[in-house]
Design a protein around this ligand. Sequence first.
Ligand SMILES: *Cc1c(COP(=O)(O)O)cnc(C)c1O
Length: 417
Amino acid sequence: MNREDSKKSGYFGRFGGAYVAEVLRPALLELETAFGKAMKDQSFLAELDRIGKEYIGRPTPLLHAKNASRAIGGAEMYIKLEGLANTGAHKINNAVGQAMLAKRMGKTRIIAETGAGQHGLATAAACARLGLECVIYMGEKDHRRQRPNVMYMEFFGATVIPVKGGSGTLKDAVNEALRDWAGSFSNTHYLIGSALGPAPFPAIVKAFQSVIGRETEQQLSEAGVKADLLVACVGGGSNSIGFFSPWIDEPTLNEHLKTRLLGAEAGGKGRAPGEHAARMDGSGKEGIFQGYKSLFLLDEDGQVYGTHSISAGLDYPGIGPRLAWEHEQGRIEFTRVSDEQALEALRFFAKTEGTLFALESAHAGYAAMQEAKRLGPGKVIVINMSGRGDKDLFITAANEKPKEWAEFLRREAEALS
Ligand SMILES: *Cc1c(COP(=O)(O)O)cnc(C)c1O
C-alpha cells in the first residue's frame, strides 16, 4: 500500500481509523482540516521552529557515546539527548505543537488525560507558555500516587481533576476527557499525548515529534556517519515514530532503507499476562480501544488487561497504529527488555557517559547494548534517549538503596509534621 494514501484515510493498512461517538466527528474533522492547513503554512512552521529553539531547547544534542562503546567493544553508539528538552522529555514537542495548533483554531481551553503525569506535565507547561486554560484528568488512584507531577502541573496553573470510579487509572481519565470534549469542542482542544487515538491524532503527534528524527538525520550527516541501526523505546509510540520518521517516510526513505529500526518494549518482570507491556512479540491482538484499531493486550473475552513496567511511560496495553503496520510490513523490528535489564542500562550509561536515562529510554539503551555486541566494530547505532531520569528518583532510589531511601523519607516526613 502507498504510504501517503494510507495516511490520508487515517488508516495504516488495517490499523488506525477513528472509532468515536458520532458527536465527536465534527471535532475530528475540524482538527484534520486545521492540521492540514497549518502544516503547509510557512509562518506556522517558522513559529514552531522558533518556540522549539527558545523554549524547548532545540536542537537537542547528539552525543557520540565513546566511553560506552569502548566498554562494550562493539558497534559505535550515539545518543540523541532528547531528555535535555525543557521539562525533561520529548513529550513537550507534541504538547507545544498541538497547543499552537489549538490556538490557531481559536480554541482557548486545553484538556488532556494523564496516567503517570508526564504528559499532563508537558501539556500544562505548554499551556502556561502559550496562555491557554488547561484541565488535566487523572484517575483517582493515579492522582494519589503521582503527587510530585500533580504538584508540578498545578505550579503551571493547570486544574488537575481526579476521576472517581472505575479502576481509578488512565482508562477512566480518557473516558472523562472524551466526555468533556463531546460537550466543549467549540472552544476546547483535546491534546492527546502519544501517536495513537482516533485519526487524525496519530498523524498529528508523529508530525510534531518528527523534529527528533530530522535533527538526528542532520547531525549524523554532519558527523559523517551512517546509522546501521536506530533504537527507541515504545510506549504508545510517539518518540519512536518521530525518531524513525526520516527512515520511514518519503522522500528520504530510499536512502535510509539499509538502516534497521528497532523498538524496545517493556518486558516487565515476566511473560504472564499482567507482568509486562510487550505487544509486538505476538502477545498483542487486533482490537479497538480508545478510538483506534491496533494491537492490544487482550484477554479471552477481548478485554484489555492490566500491564506492568518499571517505567510508567511504557506501561500501556496498546500501540500506535502506524508502528503496528510498519512492523507487519517488516520495516520496524521489536524486542522486549525487562525491568532489571533497563536498570542495568541505566547504571551503565550513568557510569560510562555521565548520562542519566529515563527508565523508559533505558529500555532502548539496553537493546542497543545487546545489538552493539552483536553487530561489532565498524557499525553505528543511534539510541533515542526520550527522557532524562530525574523524574524516576522515587523508583530508582528505592530500588538501589531501599534502606537509606526509606530512612531519608521518614526523616523528611517527620520534619514536616
Ligand atoms: C511517555 C514517555 C515514553 C513513552 O511514550 P511514547 O509515546 O512511546 O514515546 C517514553 N519515554 C519517556 C521519557 C516518556 O516520558
